[in-house]
Design a protein around this ligand. Sequence first.
Ligand code: G4P
Length: 525
Amino acid sequence: MNEKELTKEVDKRRTFAIISHPDAGKTTITEQLLLFGGIVREAGTVKARKSGNFAKSDWMEIEQKRGISVTSSVMQFDYQGKRINILDTPGHEDFSEDTYRTLMAVDSAVMVIDAAKGIEPQTKKLFQICKMRGIPIFTFMNKLDRDSRPPMELVDQLENVLGIEAYPMNWPIGSGRIFKGIYDRYNHRVELFQPESNERNFLKLDKDGNIEGDNQLEDDDIYGDAKDEMDLISEAGNEFSAEKIKNGDQTPVFFGSALANFGVQTFLDAYLKMAPAPGPHKTLAGTEVEPNDENFTGFVFKIQANMNPHHRDRIAFVRICSGEFKKGMDVTLDRTQKSIRLSNVTEFMANTRENVKTAVAGDIIGLYDTGNFQIGDTIYTGKHQVEFEKLPQFTPELFMRVSAKNVMKQKSFHKGIKQLVQEGAIQLYTTYSTGQYILGAVGQLQFEVFKFRMKNEYNSDVLMEPMGNKIARWIDPEQLDEKMSSSRNILVKDINEEPLFLFENQFAERWFKDKYPNVKLTAKL
Ligand code: G4P
């Protein structure tokens, strides 16, 4: 591929993640998008993959679930001349640091909110990471076919709870049983909600924003209210700013119902016009790598271990930052400066005939790995060394004391922990007082994977004692006095030897702050 062809291919890419709280409708919306992309023929395909409750101890099922999640980790399809990569951000019991790290590999995010519930905790956490990265965030208010909160309140929440400017692209006309559709100021039309019809039905708006010709809807109070609100927003609301959207300071807001496939295509069409193609990536040296650079570069943002003891391989997920991937190519792994041949690779390609099999900047590849890669690793071709910026550390919320079951097997225990921590599977802390090990995670699954891999890969049975939720706050070593520690704020150090407290709850944290008003406590992301 020459530079011109590469640039053209890269410009076609749209790589994003859907961020939401469980049950807001992420799976349903993904399915609709795949339908538009011609990947699934019937709704329900992705849904069927999403297994329901499973017994945590039943490894077969976890393995199955994990196996499945490899194929649905990245979904790629073509739509209107664009190649779309949707990266899955697992929630529920699959929530882990990988969920956060996936957000490091996307160029934009789609935030799905249940319009009856408003902003929920998981959405808020994921939003903050996108915000920190300064990537564009597009909002879809879902489930308008059910009674929803007043749309003004939902938009208000975006501004006041998340602190992002909202720009409604369209506005719901009622909700629930009286849901009539959306007033679409972006496309100058009213899109009618007619679930019994298979067609999309529109009414055009004239230049004053009124429905063209005679229509009963104009006499409907619900329509009148929606139009008044939209007019008010047009006059007194935020001004549309492509620049702010690009920097993640303003979010375009769309309304609809994923289940009824209403408003989703309108959303997707607008999203594709506004969302960015892959941009440059910053290196540690302070330079930027352009996506159409002829050299291939990428970084590992997630490692998925195979839970099947007979297959110890793992998959390292790589976001391509520049160039073109070719099967069998040799790359340099920056951390070790070793050359590695990329021969055993999963490409997350759309399963259509016209699909040309190329992977370029913006795409994701999965490398079968026997232990070469760590999270955050950079790989590259060409003579010039490349190391991308470090992935951030996240603040864990769940903690477990951990020790070796068999005291005679300390060696394998320490080796296993060291490697799993290095790999980024889990975080490790050591108490100041007794040197005991404490594991930290953002989701329960990380502990389960840890325990399983310790046994299967390092032949080490571990004892784990849950400590529950804690609030981790780092303290400047200069300000630290070991006497500050108590049973309600355990003093530990992280793998970089930086001290932090694990507070029992917010009350304990507040009490500490009152007692030591001059001590500065900080969280990671
Ligand atoms: P998630 O991936 O974000 O966890 O959510 P998911 O799509 O699984 O949706 C959660 C539930 O909400 C599902 O119902 C789904 O059918 C429903 N849902 C999603 N979008 C809409 C919508 O626009 N309107 C309405 N009314 N419901 C919606 P469920 O009963 O939990 O599952 P199922 O019985 O449909 O399988």
